[in-house]
Ligand binder design. Structure first.
Ligand SMILES: NC(=O)C1=CN([C@@H]2O[C@H](COP(=O)(O)OP(=O)(O)OC[C@H]3O[C@@H](n4cnc5c(N)ncnc54)[C@H](OP(=O)(O)O)[C@@H]3O)[C@@H](O)[C@H]2O)C=CC1
Ligand SMILES: CC(C)(CO)C(=O)C(=O)O
Length: 307
């Protein structure tokens, strides 16, 4: 299958590398010229769960890419619009487009650029790090769970499901919203707290208070999801939090990577979006509102003239 990764940073390159190892014909699309050059000159260096790989891949800006069956959107959510605009010719040529980002509302952002018949949405389970231009790492086997809402898109989507030793694309339209909200519940607690403290995932493992806090944040998100009609459950999120602390403790949550890189964070599509939807649905979300304010303030302080 021909797959273009739109936004090939830490996770996009790890997903692209994994899908290439699984036998797909993958192109990495990005705007980072140094990363594009490094991949084209030396191949993608991918430190994976089964060893270090060098994968010969073609990388380019989205406008310069070749025709694809599937485009997987892997930018930060704040860059979705710009990225999708630059992939317009591929979308007009009929490629299916899947958001596999963190956060809420990705299918709405996609719908502004992609016809419903071509629109897939889901999220990714895979911690990834950007080590250097052309070089990423992930010690886990990745998985995207995805679905679609439109009948035509649902029919086309099934062909993209695949399972290999390196990556799973799981077509689960009945569960896609549940998985996305449960992942958002995880990220609202884990990513926002890590971004504020500067600590890795494991930093919360030994503190009962910290674990109680991220569970309470996640509980607000699950309550909003349920009030909005999504069948989200509390326990899988609590299990995911505990598993991450135990198994991926060294990982720096993507929001912390953004704070350290002085880049915009995804707080608006996580805690802030939960607070907005909670207000509309009459579900209290004081913790998410507070985290949204603090992470936004932290970004402003770091990037403005306040230090
Ligand atoms: N990293 C992780 O472990 C995980 C991340 N996620 C989610 O995956 C998504 C991507 O995260 P991550 O890989 O960490 O982010 P990165 O910032 O590492 O990668 C995003 C990439 O997109 C590029 N980009 C920005 N604007 C455009 C554009 N207009 N067109 C094409 N490319 C563009 C960026 O280039 P430049 O650097 O020049 O801006 C960068 O290379 C997020 O939603 C995140 O929450 C989910 C699970 C785990
Ligand atoms: C913490 C992690 C890796 C969980 O999959 C994540 O979603 C992120 O870094 O944004």
């Amino acid at each position: 299958m021909k797959i273009g990764i739109l936004g090939s940073g830490a996770l996009g390159s790890a997903v692209g590398g994994s899908l290439a190892l699984a036998g797909n014909d993958v192109e990495l699309w990005d705007i980072n010229e140094a990363h594009i050059k490094a991949v084209n000159d030396n191949g993608l260096k991918f430190d994976a769960f089964d060893g270090d790989h060098v994968i010969p891949l073609f990388a380019c800006r989205p406008e310069e890419g070749h025709a694809q069956d599937l485009i997987i959107l892997m930018t930060k959510t704040c860059d979705s619009d710009a990225a999708l605009k630059s992939a317009r010719s591929h979308i007009e040529a009929g490629a299916m487009v899947m958001s596999a980002q963190n956060g809420l509302g990705n299918e709405v952002r996609l719908a502004a650029h992609v016809p419903q018949e071509q629109l897939l949405y889901g999220c990714t389970m895979m911690p990834a790090r950007f080590l250097d231009y052309g070089h990423v790492a992930s010690q886990a086997v990745g998985r995207i769970v995805f679905g679609a809402k439109n009948e035509v898109a649902l029919q086309k989507a099934a062909q993209f499901a695949q399972t290999s030793a390196h990556f799973t694309l799981e077509f689960a339209p009945d569960r896609a919203d549940t998985v996305i909200w449960q992942k958002a519940a995880f990220n609202c607690g884990m990513n926002a707290v890590n971004a504020l403290t500067g600590g890795r995932v494991k930093s919360m493992a030994d503190s009962q208070d910290a674990r109680d806090l991220v569970q309470a944040v996640a509980s607000e998100v699950v309550a909003v999801a349920r009030a909005g009609g999504v069948k989200a459950e509390y326990q899988p999120v609590f299990d995911h939090l505990a598993n991450s602390m135990a198994k991926h403790g060294e990982h720096k949550a993507s929001m912390l990577q953004d704070i350290e890189g002085r880049r915009p964070t995804e707080i608006d599509s996580l805690c802030a979006e939960v607070a907005r939807q909670g207000e509309d649905l009459g579900v209290p979300t004081p913790l998410n509102k507070t985290l949204a304010t603090l992470v936004t303030l932290k970004s402003d302080v770091l990037n403005g003239d306040y230090l």
